[in-house]
Design a protein around this ligand. Structure first.
Ligand code: NAP
Ligand code: GCO
Length: 265
C-alpha cells in the first residue's frame, strides 16, 4: 500500500503568504509539488513575496487582494482559475490581531479582527468550494490558534474569531464532506513571526520580554516554534494521505495544550 503525500499537479492558494506562517506553509507545499498562488493586500508585499519565493527556488503566482472584499475575492479566484488553474488546496492563513483590553476596545476594532480572521475564511472558502464540488475533490485548511481553545487578556476579538474559525472548519466538513472535500484546521502554538514579534522583543534593560519567558514555560520544549515547523502538518492535510481526516483541528503547539506549565524556580 503506498501513502500519497505528494501535491504534484495541485494548485494551492495560500492567503496572506508574502511572509510568516503562510510563506512557510506555501514553501513546504511547493516542495511537495504544488503550484503556489498567494495574495497580499499591497503590491509591494506581493512583489517582495514573489522575490522571496524565487530565492527559495519557487515560481509562485502573486496577486493583490484583500480577503475581506467578497467581490475582490471572487475576481481573484476567477483570475487564478484562468491564469494558473482551478484551486485544489486553499489555506486560509491571512489574519490580524489587535491586543487591546476588551473594555477599551472599540466595536470597530473588534469587527475588523472578526472580518479578517473569520468572515474572510468564509468568503474565500465560499468562492472555491463550487469548483471543488465540480471536480470531485478539494482541501481546505484554516489556520486556527491556541485561542481556538484558550483565552487570555487583550485578545477577545482574536479568540472569538479563532474559536469561530474552528467551528466554521467543522461546518464546512459537515456540509461538503459528501463531495470529497476535506476541511481541517491547523492550530499553531506560539510561532516566531512578525505577528508575535512584540511579545518577544528585548526590554529596555536587555532582559527578556515577560511574555517570552511565560510562553517558553508553557511549552514542554521550552522554546518558541518556527514557521517552518508547520509545513509538514500542512502538507499532510493538503495531501491524499489525509483524505479520511475531516473537521479536525491539528494543534502544532509543541505540547502547550497538554501541559500545565513549568513550575517557577
Ligand atoms: P503575520 O506575520 O502578521 O502575517 C499575516 C499575513 O496576512 C500578512 O502577509 C498580511 O499582509 C496578511 N493579511 C492580513 N490581513 C489581510 C487581508 N485583509 N487580506 C489579505 N492579506 C492579509 O502573521 P503570522 O504570524 O504569519 O500568522 C498567519 C496566520 O497564523 C494568522 O491567521 C494568525 O492568526 C495565525 N497564527 C499565528 C500564530 C503565531 O504565533 N504567529 C499562532 C497561531 C495562529 P500585510 O502584511 O499586508 O498586512
Ligand atoms: C497572542 C499571540 C497568539 C498567537 C497565536 C497563538 O497575543 O497571544 O499573538 O494569539 O498569535 O494565535 O496560537
Amino acid at each position: 500500500m503506498s501513502i500519497n503525500f505528494s501535491l504534484e499537479g495541485k494548485v494551492a492558494l495560500v492567503t496572506g503568504a508574502s511572509y510568516g506562517i503562510g510563506f512557510a506553509i506555501a514553501s513546504g507545499m511547493a516542495k511537495a509539488g504544488a503550484t503556489i498562488v498567494f495574495n497580499d493586500i499591497k503590491q509591494e508585499l506581493v512583489d517582495k513575496g514573489i522575490a522571496a519565493y524565487k530565492e527559495a527556488g519557487i515560481n509562485a503566482h502573486g496577486y493583490v487582494c484583500d480577503v475581506t472584499d467578497e467581490d475582490g475575492v471572487n475576481e481573484l479566484v476567477a483570475k487564478i482559475t484562468s491564469e494558473v488553474g482551478p484551486i485544489d488546496i486553499l489555506v486560509n492563513n491571512a489574519g490580524i490581531i489587535k491586543r487591546i483590553p476588551m473594555t477599551e476596545m472599540s466595536a470597530k476594532d473588534f469587527r475588523q479582527v472578526i472580518d479578517v480572521d473569520l468572515n474572510a475564511p468564509f468568503i474565500v472558502s465560499k468562492a472555491v468550494i463550487p469548483s471543488m464540488i465540480e471536480r470531485g475533490h478539494g482541501k481546505i485548511i484554516n489556520i486556527c490558534s491556541m485561542m481556538s481553545e484558550l483565552g487570555r487578556e487583550t485578545v477577545s476579538a482574536y479568540a472569538a474569531a479563532k474559536g469561530g474559525l474552528k467551528m466554521l472548519t467543522r461546518n464546512i466538513c459537515s456540509e461538503y464532506g459528501q463531495y470529497n472535500i476535506q476541511c481541517n484546521g491547523i492550530g499553531p502554538g506560539y510561532i516566531e513571526t512578525p505577528q508575535t514579534a512584540p511579545l518577544r522583543e528585548r526590554q529596555a534593560d536587555g532582559s527578556r520580554h515577560p511574555f517570552d519567558s511565560f510562553i517558553c514555560a508553557k511549552t514542554p520544549a521550552n522554546r518558541w516554534l518556527k514557521p517552518e515547523e508547520l509545513a509538514g502538518p500542512a502538507v499532510f492535510l493538503a495531501s491524499e494521505a489525509s483524505d479520511a481526516v475531516n473537521g479536525h483541528i491539528l494543534y502544532v503547539d509543541g505540547g502547550i495544550l497538554a501541559y500545565i506549565g513549568k513550575q517557577p524556580e
